[in-house]
Design a protein around this ligand. Structure first.
Ligand code: APR
Ligand code: PHB
Length: 389
């Protein structure tokens, strides 16, 4: 098979890139290791920056998002029983949209299928060959049958555990990592959200987050030990712990119910440089990971896709290589700012082992400053709604 852009990975990054390229008549093929249902079963953060919303509009996939997404003009931040609001729209003129990432992925799959896009599922043994040549090609198998795709460019959108990053030689790649000493235990429950806006909670017992998918589907998280397993936590134990970590007036109105999903996610900050090797371009989680505290995972993948899409579009429409040659530098500039915000917000809101009494005082002083200082709230709001592309 021959195509212009071979895309490895059928998650949000790969699908969004494929759909955007399609709008400009640029051919691509998406190679996905799992089934579509498996990809859609993943529960991920549902806070969309305006930059991602605009890309989905350009891709012709934003209709349901605008019909069913929730515009959030701000968020709540609590510490103990204290709580304050950071107003995104007041400080930046921009809200965020709360819309499940599963729904974004569903909309992208629907658009690719409607456009007759080629997505191969359950691919195995994917190898990127001649990445640093003008004639890269992908070899893989489907059901044991060998396949090959010749292409101009390869987009590595295969996430943290994919093979694309590994294709860049170790003597070329530089990796930066911070592993956090805790995880997030998350549940989904078919209950009304405790508040119409998100609550990020710092408590002496650890971090908690109250989020939602719609008016009868709530998403809650509590910071947990890395040694915890989901089965260690009954629903009742989860609800009791969550109530201890959010302000009493919020806990009093929390509607509990059976969990329909329960999982633990580790937290990590990770960046690989460069995000390009020859005609291989890394996008999204294949190149970087952020702790979910700032909801930057999907939104930073979106800015990668924006830079790569526009670079490829310029190449095919004008022959200019400027966009693809500057891709890695441009993408990394914004990646590192998202890493910083996610690390800062995680440091502010979580309990860390071995924190001294002084460290805890600094956290509270930071929260009090954020509560009372317009410039501090402006800085947080600008990062949360998304820095410019
Ligand atoms: N071959 C083909 N597909 C692969 C391979 C492989 N060797 N390895 C992984 N994949 C697929 C995975 O099955 C997954 O569907 O690549 C996809 C990668 O998707 P994500 O991990 O979701 O990463 P990305 O698309 O970059 O999404 C970025 O969105 O998923 C959220 O918040 C999450 O930060 C993440 C963001
Ligand atoms: C979620 O709704 O899953 C969510 C929201 C905000 C975050 C992380 C997760 O920062």
């Amino acid at each position: 098979m021959k195509t212009q852009v071979a895309i490895i990975g059928g998650g949000p990054s790969g699908l969004l890139l494929s759909q955007l390229l399609h709008t400009r008549g640029i051919e691509s093929i998406v190679l996905e290791r799992k089934t579509k249902d498996y990809v859609l079963s993943r529960i991920r953060a549902g806070v969309l920056e305006q930059g991602l919303v605009r890309l989905l509009e350009e891709a012709g996939c934003a209709e349901r998002l605008h019909a069913e997404g929730y515009v959030h003009d701000g968020t709540l931040v609590s510490y103990g029983d204290e709580m304050f609001r950071v107003d995104f729209t007041e400080h930046t003129g921009t809200p965020v949209i709360v819309y499940g990432q599963t729904e974004v992925t569903r909309d992208l799959y629907a658009a690719r299928e409607a456009a007759g896009g080629i997505i191969e599922y359950e691919v195995e043994d994917v190898v990127i060959n001649n990445a640093d040549s003008d004639a890269p090609y992908i070899t893989y198998t489907v059901g044991g049958e060998p396949r090959r795709v010749d292409c101009d460019f390869v987009a590595g959108c295969d996430g943290f555990h994919g093979i694309s990053r590994q294709t860049i030689p170790l003597d070329v790649r530089r990796e930066y990592e911070k592993v956090y000493p805790f995880g997030w235990l998350g549940i989904l429950s078919e209950t009304p959200p405790v508040n119409h806006e998100l609550i990020y909670a710092n408590s002496t017992r650890g971090f908690a987050l109250c989020s939602m998918r719609n008016e009868n589907l709530s998403r809650y998280y509590i910071q947990c030990s890395l040694s915890d397993k989901p089965e260690d936590w009954t629903d009742e134990a989860f609800w009791q712990e969550l109530k201890r970590r959010i302000p009493a007036d919020q806990a009093a109105k929390l509607v509990t119910g059976p969990s329909i999903e329960k999982s633990i996610a580790p937290l990590r900050s990770f960046v690989t440089e460069p995000m390009r090797y020859g005609n291989l371009f890394l996008c999204g989680d294949a190149a970087h990971i952020v702790p979910p505290t700032g909801a930057k995972g999907l939104n930073t993948a979106a800015s990668d896709v924006h830079y790569l899409y526009n670079g490829l579009r310029a190449f095919y429409e004008t022959g200019s290589r400027e966009g693809i040659d500057s891709y890695s530098e441009k993408a990394l500039k914004r990646v590192w700012k998202a890493e910083r915000f996610s690390w800062w917000f995680s440091s502010l809101m979580h309990r860390y082992p071995h924190q001294s009494e002084f460290d805890l005082k600094m956290q509270i002083a930071d929260l009090e400053f954020l509560r009372s200082n317009k410039a501090a709230q402006q800085a947080m709001a600008e990062n949360y709604v998304g820095l410019p592309y």
